[in-house]
Every structure is written in C-alpha cells, then in structure tokens.
Design a protein. Structure first.
Lengths: 280, 294, 433
C-alpha cells in the first residue's frame, strides 16, 4: 500500500530533495576520491592529490593482500561479527522477555545493571580483561573475542529489545499459557516470530559495531590467523610513516564488505520490517 | 519436554546473558572502582589516597574542558541527530521523494565507515594541504588561508560535531524507520483525509507513537556521547593544545600514556556517574512528557 | 522443538570451531621457538631492510623459529602495556632505551644484556651505542642505529629562483621572509599538529646551542633549572619564529606528513623534519627534485655559544624478556638474534637499504640513494646532542608541548612556560628523585 499522497506541499518536497542530495554528495565524493586514489602510488598522491591516476595499478592492493593477510582476516571478521551478533540478539531477546513479561521485582535490578553497561568504555576495562583472559587461558582464542563482543553488545540490545517486547500484547501470551504452552515454547513460537523488526535492528547495530571494532581484537589476540580486518589494516597504518595509497587500498578492502553486506541484508531487513507491520 | 516452572524459565532466559555480562564488564568495573582510590608511581601502586584522584581530576582545567566538550557532543546528539533522524525516516517512509531506496543507502553509509577512515578523508579535504583549502586559496588569491575554526579555543569542537552529526544520524534513522513501519498506514490516510498538514501529523501522531523509541534513543545518544573516543582521537587527538579534549581521551592519556591506573580508573567512574545523572534527568523529562500526552 | 534443536546444534558447532582454533603453536622437531612482538610495519618501504635481515637470520639459524606479531604506532604500546601488567611478555620485543619503554624496562621484565656483551663485540660500534638505558642505567637492547631528530631541508631550486642562498644566521632567515612571501611561497613547513614535533625537531637543538650538549642532562638532575637562560632563550626563538611569520599558516594543523607534502609540492622553501625522512624522500620524489634539496642544521641563533649541532637518540632495538634467562637454549637463540640484527651481518644488510647503522662499517662500499648519501654526510658533519623527550618524563613533556603550541598560536610567553615547567619537574619528574 503506497504512502504517497497527492497534495504534499512543494516546499516540503523541495527541502527534502535538497537535504538528501547534499547529504549524499558529502558522503559519496570523499569515498569516491579514496577509491580512485587507492590506485595511485604514494608519491603521486602527495604531489598531485586530485588527479585521476595516470597509470592506475593494483600495486597497493597487491601489497595489502600480501602484508595484511586479507583473506583470513576477512573471514575472521565475518566470524567474529556474525557469531557474536547472532548470540547477542538471541540472548538479548530472551533476557528482554524475562525482564518485561514476568513480573518479578528483581527484574528492575537486573535491568538497571544491564543499562549500566552502556556507560562503560572499552578503554576502561581492556587491561583487567586482558589480565583475566590470560589467567583463565582464553587469550588468543576466538572465544576470548566473542565473549567480550557479546558482553558489550548486550546493554544496548537489551534496552531495545525490552522496550519492544513490552509492547507485545499480554493477551497473546496469556492465551498461550491457557493452552498449556511452556514459557520456553512461548519464547520460541511467539516472541521470536513477532520480534523480527527489533531483531533486525539489533542485528544491524551489533554487526556494524563489531565489524569496525579494533581495540578488543587487537589486544586479546596475537596470532596472525586470529586477526580481524581492522587490526590487519592497522599493521600498515602506522602514524610515523603514512603511505596513503596503501592505506586507502586497505581501507577500501575493509569497507567494501560492509557495503555489500548492507545491499544484501537490506532486502531481508525490509522484509523483516514488513512482516512485523503486517502482524498488527 | 517437561514444563519448567515459571521461575526456572525466568532464570533460563535471563542468566546466560547476565553471566557473560557480569564476567566481562561488571567485574572489571569493580576493580576500577577500587583502583580509583589508589596512587600509582612508576608502575607500582603506592597506597590508598582516598578521594585525591577525584579532586585532582576535577581541579584540572583540561578535564573541565573535556566535560564541556562531551556535553556539546551530547547536545548535538539529542537535539540534532535524533530530530534529524526522525525527519529523514519520516520523509523516506512517506515516500516524498523518488529514489528513496537510493537515499536510504546514502544516509546509512556513513555509519558503516570506520571513524579512522572518516578522519583521514576529512584531513585530506580540510587540512592546510587539503583539497578544500587549496581550492579556497586559489579562488581568493590568499595563500595564508587556513580553516581558522580548528584553532579557535571556543569553537574548535564544531567540525567534530558536524562530522558526528553526519555519521550518527543514520543510526537513528534506521531505528526510527523500523519503528515507523509499525504504525498502520490507515492512520496516515485518515489524518490526510481530514485535511491535516504534514507537520501536524509529525507532532501529533508520529512523535507520541514513537515516544518510547525516542526515549531509548536518547539514552543511547547520551551514553555514546560521554564515551566518544574513536572519531575525536582520529581527527584531532584532542588538539590543538587541548581544545578538543574529551573525557575518554583524558582517561586514555592517564591510563596508557602516563601509567597512572588510579587516575584512569577514577575518570571512568566519573564518566559512569555523570551518565547515570544525565540519564535520570532524561527519564524525568520523559515521564513528565508522557503525562502531558496522556 | 525444532528451533531448540537447531539452536543447540548451532551452538555445539560454534563451540567446537572455537576450540579448534587458537591452539598454541609448538616448535617442530628440535627447533627453538621464540615469541616476538615488533613495532614494525612490514609493508612499508622504510622496513624493507628489516625484512631482509629477518630472512638472512632465518637462513643462518634454521633451528630458531620466530613467531612474530607486528603492530604499529600507539596500538603497539597500548597492548604491550596490557601484556606488561599481566607479566606475560614475549621473548623478544621492540624496546626503546628511554622513557617510552619504561613500562617494561623499569618493571623488571626486561633482561640486562650487559653480562652478555663482551668488549670485542662492543668495540665495533659507535661509542654512543652504549649509553646507559632506563632508570637502572644498564643495557636492555642494542640500538641498531641512531634516530637523528633535527634537520632543516632547503629547496635550493627555489632559493636560486628567488636570488637567495641558505642563511647563515637566524636574522638572515627572518630577513628572507618578505621576499619568499612576495613570491607567493611559504618560508618554513613544519607539521606541529602533534605538539611533540616542535619539541623533538627544534627545542632540544636550540637549548643545546645556548647551554651546551649536556645542559639538558644537568637540568634533568636539578643542577640547572628550566628557568635558566638556555631553556628560556630557546623557547623565545620559537616564539619569534611564529611571530615573524616563518611558519606556513597551517603549522599547528598539519601532521608531519602533510608538512612534507607542502614542501614536496614546492610551496615552501624550507622543511623542518627528522633526518630520517630521507628514506621517504628517496621513495617518493623524482631524482631531479632530490638533487636540489640541501640537508642542513638550523642557522646560528643570536647569542648562541655552541654551533652547528643536531640531536639524536638511539633508535629502538629488540629487548629480551627476563623470563628467558632460565632456558639456556632460548637465551642463546635470543642473544644470537639481537647480536645478529645490530651486529655486522645485520648492519651490512640494513646499510644496503639506506640505514646508517650503529655498527661501524665502511659505507663507501655501498651504493646509496641520493638523500641517503646526504644523510650520511650530515651525520658525519654535525655533532649530536640529546633529544629532550628521551630524557624527561612524559607527563611533564606533554604539558610543556601543549603550552608551546598555545604560545605558537598566540597565548602564553616563554618565561611563564619555563616557570610552569620547572615547577612541574621539581615536583614530579623522576629524574629529580
């Protein structure tokens, strides 16, 4: 069903176009510049920053692949972001269901504690975390990265999920209880099905946050085969000697997957939203 | 499968998340709390000094400036990113322009790019050897032109605020767009048939319907603002002098550069307390607004 | 039910994947395995020499296996500090001789190499190699070369065009400013966005022009005060440079690389940068441009007592973890590595790539690039003083640098900056203990 109406004032339409076009230009131009600069050697970028490459070459990319172990780090990033996102949204929805639909007094305390996590920066826990992980023995393992990712993703996800689940009509749940369903069954059959919009939102936010994350993977792993993409790229983005061409190539490699993922996921996200709306 | 009691179900659903969370986040925070009362010299803890770390931090002009800068970030988030996000989500949802899918993608793009890249690109454009500066020098014939605002003690934060606005509005747009889908179209149709203007629809229908989400987003925005680090570090590292310092940067400096773990811990506790205070404030405002709308 | 089963299977898969990965690597056969953590950017041209040395080492010592983790910039230090805090330090690691690596050399985690270095080995090196390191004043690493921190590069092609020549005195340099600007150019490029630049590239040298080569050491120990003439006058010169328009307008907004860019694009006549920028210049500039670049030290300052000096500090080398001491095989392997890297074989390889090693070599046998040759002549011509921030505590230097930057932007004055700094050092600096 179309939302379009025929009599929107031209004022609104014009302003919208202007706003959106400016925004898009601001976004597209620098990115385009970064992309075509990645095909130039550093010397040329320094001397003639704006020119299109005179002899475009894949050199920077070749170097990036060679030194950045790009294929493995890309797969690692996918693993870290993907599994942690999946776990986070699942656990968050479960906790949200418990906290908002079971009227126990203790829920307020749990909820408050979770919200506290929103205020903690990675910098303040990274050293104790490092010490803890090396002591327990999960330093430099994939689990050692996944657990903190999930922990840091939970506060925001639980916040979003709780607010959403709160809006699910109690009647739906009570009916199922009367029919003899267990709470776990209710979770899987009803809550999960109805919460696709918030699941989709949480998925995007978590995946994004974790994909570009640097400090935790960097500190908590040391093997080349454990690194994620941002960390692999940092290994040639040292501040004292900046080779812009190489940096750009590495950054294009690092950001491209996000574009692609968005284009792909976008469709299913819209579908997810649509289904949610239809349920009303 | 045998039915679990209500209480057991409750804990089964809640505890996995809770345990992971406690281990990773809460435990180190308690450690920080304890450390904040200690003194460190030459990598060794040399004693308990009570609240002295806190008083030194609050007396430090650099920290006070950092606090003010964080507040500016918070204001741009709550009063800039959120309203803009609502507006953009609304106009995309109502399909006022053609090519809404394209624009959606464009608006979403900034948040997918890491802060380091953004800072890099920003410098390529606005630094004294950047594209924009070179362009202006060429046009005005003034070789001494540089973007002065970066050096202004009062206004040096503005460029950073602008970039933050650009980068994070997309986040809120996504959240609001998702929630706008939950409002049945019939309500819009009915209002328009009644001859309502768009602005009325926004204020009388959309905002009340989204009020819960707006509250949640405000909480997210406040907490994010006080933690802000990546972009500032990449763009200016707090400079020039310390005009663009933020609290998270101050924390980083004292913990990792000066090795004063006691002071660093105290800063994180201050950030937490400030956030709690501000969020409670917002909660109060929200409760009052809810009363008005009921 | 299906959902539950599905979820459980997925979790099981995940967990098994997780434990399958990240197993510790064991040495194969009877190889000695050493873990290493290096602050090196293996993709950068600047470290091509390093890569060559690593290959040569592996060829000569096939029974030693090095598991190396690379990191760059501040991230290297941040993670290393976490490692130091948990007392788990890799066997080999990039180590600085001064305050930068204090968190590992002053906490008992690094091995004192003194007992393992005999006179016959040491005699082959420049004497400055063996300056005491850390607060205990021993040796934790063998500096492979020296980092020369002060140089002023001059574009002689532009000078010729303007009818000027390299100034002998500061007053002459100042007199050149109107001529340069009238031609639409900038006098001096310097990238002081990170404010340690004005300190590292200029302040130390200026202080030593007024106070002599050891003055900074004396002031550090309290035998002189930072409110004395040498320090105050040095800061005054910097202030005059700002006030008289010597710097291009973006001096406090440009990063070091951006300042280089301004100079490379021939928009400015002089560049103030470290002497090791020569390797980047060799990689990025055409030969014709490089032939026209002169490498000098700052002109004579009014009232200076010592002349024509630059300053240098030992560059970072590789330290060995104290824990390695207990394992003879690993200790021998680690010592072999550091001695190889800084010693004759490593030095020869690095010299081929344009590095001037601390090991005494006859460099005329190597064919070096244009700027590298100039660098070698530079090192041989000028005497080297100390680098300020290699000696003084980081927190105080940080405060000093921001004050200097504020002064360059117009607020503050040399006397009050000196007084503030002296007060901080007297109260807090570890050198004064």
């Amino acid at each position: 069903m179309s939302n379009r109406t025929k009599n929107i004032s031209t004022g609104w339409v014009a302003t919208s176009y202007v706003l959106l076009i400016i925004f898009s230009l601001i976004t597209i131009l620098p990115v385009a510049w970064m992309i075509y600069s990645s095909f130039k050697p550093m010397g040329e970028i320094m001397l003639h920053p704006l020119r299109l490459p005179t002899q475009p070459s894949w050199d920077n990319y070749r170097k990036a692949f060679k030194y950045g172990n790009v294929v493995v780090s890309f797969l690692n990033s996918l693993f870290y972001s993907g599994i942690s996102t999946f776990s986070t949204i699942f656990l968050a929805l479960a906790a949200a269901f418990a906290l908002s639909k079971f009227s126990y007094k203790g829920s307020r305390v749990y909820y408050g504690l979770f919200t506290l996590g929103l205020l903690i920066t990675v910098n303040s826990v990274i050293t104790p975390l490092f010490i803890m992980e090396t002591t327990v023995g999960i330093y430099n393992t994939r689990l050692g990265v996944l657990l903190p990712y999930v922990a840091f993703g939970l506060p925001m996800s639980i916040l979003l999920a709780t607010s959403y689940v709160h809006g699910i009509p109690d009647a739906l749940i009570e009916a199922a209880v009367i029919d003899g369903a267990s709470y776990l069954q209710i979770f899987f059959r009803i809550i999960l099905m109805v919460s696709t919009p918030v699941l989709a939102t949480m998925a995007i936010l978590n995946f994004l946050g974790n994909w570009n994350e640097f400090l935790m993977v960097f500190t908590l792993t040391s093997g080349e085969n454990m690194r994620s993409l941002p960390v692999a790229i940092n290994s040639f983005a040292g501040r004292l000697n900046e080779d812009y061409g190489l940096q750009f190539a590495a950054l294009v490699i690092g950001t491209l997957p996000m574009f692609v993922l968005y284009l792909v996921a976008h469709e299913s996200v819209i579908k997810g939203f649509g289904e949610g709306a239809l349920k009303e | 499968m045998p039915q679990l009691t209500k209480r057991t179900s409750y804990y089964t659903l809640l505890l996995p998340a809770f345990i992971i969370y406690i281990a990773v986040i809460i435990f180190p925070i308690f450690m920080s709390f304890g450390l904040s009362f200690t003194e460190w010299k030459r990598f060794k803890m040399t004693g308990f000094i009570g609240l002295r770390n806190y008083s030194e931090i609050l007396a430090d002009a650099v920290f006070r400036r950092s606090m003010w800068n964080n507040i500016q970030i918070m204001l741009i988030s709550v009063l800039g990113q959120i309203p803009l996000g609502i507006l953009l989500a609304y106009l995309l949802h109502r399909k006022w322009v053609k090519g809404d899918k394209f624009f959606e993608f464009m608006i979403f793009l900034p948040i997918t790019i890491s802060s380091v890249v953004i800072a890099l690109l920003w410098n390529r454009i606005f630094s004294p050897v950047g594209i924009y500066t070179t362009f202006v020098r060429m046009i005005t014939g003034n070789p001494d032109y540089v973007v002065r605002i970066f050096e202004s003690e009062k206004f040096a934060m503005i460029p950073i605020l602008v970039v933050l606005l650009w980068q994070h509005t997309s986040l809120y747009m996504v959240i609001f767009l998702a929630n706008l889908q939950r409002i049945p179209n019939s309500i819009f149709e009915a209002a328009l048939l009644d001859g309502a203007k768009e602005s009325t629809i926004i204020f009388k229908i959309v905002i009340p319907a989204l009020s819960n989400v707006i509250f949640t987003s405000s909480v997210l925005a406040i907490s994010g603002s006080l933690k802000s680090f990546d972009l500032v570090y990449a763009m200016t590292a707090g400079g020039p002098v310390n005009y663009t310092f933020v609290m998270a940067l101050y924390l980083y400096l004292h913990t990792f550069t000066f090795h004063n773990y006691g002071k660093g811990s105290a800063v994180s506790i201050i950030i937490v307390l400030l956030s709690v205070g501000l969020i409670s404030l917002v909660r109060g405002v929200y409760a009052k607004a809810q009363q008005r709308y009921e | 039910m299906k959902k539950l089963a599905f979820t459980l299977i997925l979790m099981a898969l995940t967990i098994s994947l997780v434990f399958a990965a990240g197993a510790k690597e064991q040495g194969k056969g009877d190889k000695v395995v050493l873990t290493a953590y290096m602050q090196i950017d293996p993709a950068s041209d600047q470290y091509a020499g390093h890569n060559a040395v690593m290959e040569a080492f592996a060829a000569k010592y096939p029974n030693v296996q090095l598991n190396i983790e690379y990191a760059s910039g501040e991230a290297f230090h941040q993670k290393f500090q976490s490692m130091a805090a948990s007392k788990r330090v890799p066997d080999l690691f990039t180590c600085y001789g001064g305050a930068r690596s204090a968190y590992v050399i002053d906490t008992g985690l690094a091995l004192d190499l003194t007992p393992y270095l005999d006179e016959s080995y040491k005699s082959h090196f420049a004497s400055a190699t063996w300056l005491p390191q850390g607060s205990a004043g021993v040796l934790y690493m063998i500096p492979p070369s020296f980092a020369v921190c002060h140089s002023i590069y001059a574009n002689t092609a532009l000078l010729d065009r303007l009818g000027l020549s390299f100034p002998e005195t500061f007053e002459e340099l100042v007199a050149q400013v109107p001529v340069i600007r009238a031609a639409g150019l900038y006098p001096v490029s310097m990238g002081n966005k990170d404010p340690w630049v004005v300190n590292s590239w200029l302040l130390g040298t200026f202080i030593e022009r007024f106070g002599g080569p050891d003055w900074i050491l004396k002031a550090a120990k309290g035998q002189a005060s930072f409110t004395d003439e040498p320090f105050v006058k040095a800061v005054e010169i910097i202030q005059q440079m700002s006030q008289k328009g010597l710097f291009s307008p973006g001096v406090n907004q440009m990063s070091n690389t951006e300042a280089d860019q301004e100079f490379y694009q021939q928009k400015s006549v002089y560049l103030i940068d470290a002497a090791w920028r020569t390797s980047a210049m060799d990689a990025q500039l055409p030969a014709e441009q490089r032939n026209a670049i002169d490498m000098r030290v700052f002109p004579r300052l009014p009232g200076e007592k010592f002349h024509d000096n630059s300053n240098a500090t030992s560059s970072e080398g590789f330290g060995i973890a104290k824990a390695v001491e207990g394992d003879k095989a690993k200790l021998d392997a680690a010592l072999a590595f550091v001695k190889f890297y800084s010693g004759e074989e490593g030095a020869a390889i690095r010299a081929e790539y344009g590095e001037v090693p601390s090991y005494n070599l006859d460099l005329s046998k190597f064919s070096l690039d244009i700027m590298q040759t100039k660098f070698i002549n530079f090192s041989a011509t000028y005497s080297m003083g100390y680098v300020f921030d290699a000696i003084m505590d980081g927190e105080g230097v940080n405060l000093l640098n921001t004050d200097l930057q504020a002064m360059m932007m117009g607020s503050g004055n040399p006397k009050s900056i000196a007084a503030t700094y002296e007060a901080w050092v007297a109260k807090n600096d570890s050198n004064r203990d």
